[in-house]
Design a protein around this ligand. Structure first.
Ligand code: M3P
Ligand code: FE
Length: 314
């Protein structure tokens, strides 16, 4: 079947102790490994592989790479050929280049973001196990997020020069990695500029999204919650922990997700996201949002975008 889902994201943080505290106490992940370089590996309670988040100490915030898990090891060879044939150079990192991870295909998206694809990661099991499991574990902390759901990458767009890395990334992801488009935003006087796309491989509305901005970067990493009530409770926990909230609980028109945006202590934006919105399927017609409805697409209730939301990112 090829790529199954987002497998992990590796991000830079400036204060590793504060970052670990945030992802453990506010979001509810658990640390599963710390390597000799001081990188910290964490997972959510409902995930079964060893980790889904890597925090790397650095003097700035931002993305190192995002990795997707493919079903079969042999997929890596076919993807390598397809990515190379498309004109993008690749590298295969040997197994254990990242601890607990098998050999990994590594390349840069047209936007410059580093993407990796791997097929194997150590299995550790969810916190409720597989035999007669309870619906949730007893030791849930903070918001108790279920899993890393998606990431949104900001891609350079400049209508004057015609550079549009959203469109380039989208074409590449669909033609080469077999992603499907759930939704898009189309802008410009000719209504022909693809300014944002939401793409999936799983059955959720997106496993990755691209939005146009002045420079490439990481807009957010999002974690899944069950319900609107869990989103509200997550906001309570953020209040208790004095987390910097960017956008208080609301609904997206795009994907129909129920959401909150907030920042980790280094300024990386996080989202907790509930509501699977709809069943994403390869034959589901693509939803398109026009420039006039862009605000409504992002924040359905107010229909208003605050500039900081699209301009501030790591
Ligand atoms: C989402 C989502 C932006 C839109 C964000 C939408 C950054 O995060 O999960 O659908 O404009
Ligand atoms: Fe999101």
């Amino acid at each position: 079947m090829g790529i199954m889902r987002i497998g992990h994201i590796s991000i830079k943080v400036m204060d590793i102790v504060a970052a670990v505290k945030h992802y453990e106490q506010v979001l509810g992940l658990k640390t599963t490994h710390t390597d000799a370089q001081g990188n910290v590996y964490l997972k959510c309670w409902d995930e079964w592989d060893k980790f889904s988040l890597i925090l790397t100490p650095c003097d700035q915030a931002g993305l190192n790479h995002v990795a997707y898990k493919t079903e079969h090891d042999a997929d890596l060879d076919s993807f390598q050929k397809r990515v190379e044939d498309y004109g993008i150079s690749t590298q295969i990192l040997p197994a254990e280049s990242l601890p607990f991870v098998g050999r990994t295909l590594c390349f840069n998206l047209p936007s410059g973001h580093e993407m990796r694809i791997y097929a194997k990661k150590e299995y550790v099991g969810t916190d409720v196990g597989t035999m007669n499991p309870d619906p949730w574990p007893d030791d849930i902390r903070g918001s108790g997020v279920h899993w890393l759901d998606h990431c949104l990458l900001m891609c350079e767009m400049n209508p004057e020069t015609g550079v549009n890395k959203v469109a380039e990334n989208t074409k590449f992801m669909m033609e080469v990695l077999d992603f499907y488009m759930a939704e898009q935003i189309i802008v410009g006087p000719e209504k022909n500029i693809q300014a944002a796309t939401w793409l999936f491989r799983s059955t959720t509305p997106h496993d990755i999204a691209f939005v146009a901005g002045p420079r490439q970067g990481l807009h957010h990493l999002a974690f899944y919650l069950d319900s609107w009530h869990d989103v509200l409770k997550a906001a309570d926990i953020m209040g208790k922990n004095k987390v910097r909230i960017d956008v208080a609980p609301t609904r997206h028109g795009i994907t129909r997700g129920e959401t909150i945006y907030f920042f980790d202590p280094s300024g990386n934006r996080n989202e907790t996201f509930a509501g699977l919105g709809y069943l994403a399927q390869p034959d589901r017609p693509v939803t398109t949002w026009s420039e006039e409805f862009l605000g409504r697409g992002i924040f359905y209730h107010t229909g208003e975008l605050n500039a900081a939301f699209t301009e501030v990112y790591t």
